[in-house]
Structure formats: structure tokens, C-alpha cells
Design a binder for this molecule. Structure first.
Ligand code: 5GP
Length: 120
């Protein structure tokens, strides 16, 4: 079983900022920026080639909601989306990276501190 399936079924803890029947959104354990999060489908979908349109649409709907949360709680100013398939995909379970932008360079905070800011 891949590591994201284990996070989804609760075997491995995560700093989860949102979840519903279709997706779980949690903070990346090794963030590039504060608020770097991953949107992951709950069913095991390997990559973009394996992805159905309904789930994809839902993931992008949730992306826009997470962008609002990031703007409100962390005062971000935009977003880069990254989604690896094949050779560069480390975890073999579809995930969309949300990497927010800041107007000034930010020191990386502990993931737990970012989680508290996002959920308080
Ligand atoms: P990929 O290269 O597959 O697109 O990226 C995988 C991402 O998953 C990396 O940014 C890595 O830090 C993150 N990651 C790997 N293992 C874990 C984990 O156990 N928990 C969390 N929250 N993120 C993980």
C-alpha cells in the first residue's frame, strides 16, 4: 500500500486541512513554502493517465477553495500547481501540489505551526 493510502485510512498521521468523500488535503511533510499542501483523491488513482474527469473536476474545485483559505489565513498572493507523473512522481498515488506565493520571502516555519494558522 502506498503512503498516501495509509494517510487516507488513518494508519499514518497528517496535518489535514480539509476532507470530504472524494479528497483529503494535507500539508506536505517537506514543504517548499509555508502552506505547501497536497490534494489527494481518497480512492487509489495512480496518476493523470488513471484519473477520471469527475474526480479531476472536484480536485480543481477544492483547489480554488484552498486558495481562498491560504489567502485568508496566510495572506498568500497566488499559487503554483504541480502534478508529477511517471519518472518524477515519488509517491505513486495521484496528488496535486499547491504551492502558494508570498509578496516577500518567508522563513520556513514548522509544518505544525502552519497547520495551526490554517485551522484556527
Ligand atoms: P512527488 O514527487 O511524488 O510529486 O511528491 C511527493 C510529495 O509527497 C513530496 O513533496 C513529499 O515531501 C511528500 N510526502 C512524502 N511522504 C509524505 C508523508 O508521509 N506525509 C506527507 N504529508 N507528505 C509526504
Amino acid at each position: 500500500m502506498d503512503i498516501f493510502c495509509k494517510i487516507i485510512n488513518g494508519e499514518i498521521p497528517s496535518f489535514t486541512v480539509y476532507e470530504d468523500d472524494v479528497v483529503k488535503v494535507f500539508l506536505d511533510v517537506n514543504p517548499d513554502v509555508n502552506g505547501h499542501m497536497l490534494i489527494v483523491p481518497k480512492k487509489h488513482i495512480l496518476d493523470i493517465y488513471d484519473m477520471d474527469n469527475d474526480t479531476l473536476l472536484h480536485i480543481f474545485k477544492i483547489t480554488k477553495e484552498m486558495d481562498k483559505l491560504l489567502k485568508e489565513k496566510l495572506h498568500t498572493e497566488g499559487l503554483t500547481l504541480v502534478q508529477n507523473n511517471g519518472l518524477l512522481q515519488e509517491v505513486k498515488h495521484f496528488h496535486l501540489h499547491l504551492k502558494p506565493h508570498y509578496s516577500e520571502k518567508e522563513e520556513l516555519l514548522p509544518v505544525e505551526d502552519v497547520y495551526k494558522k490554517l485551522t484556527k
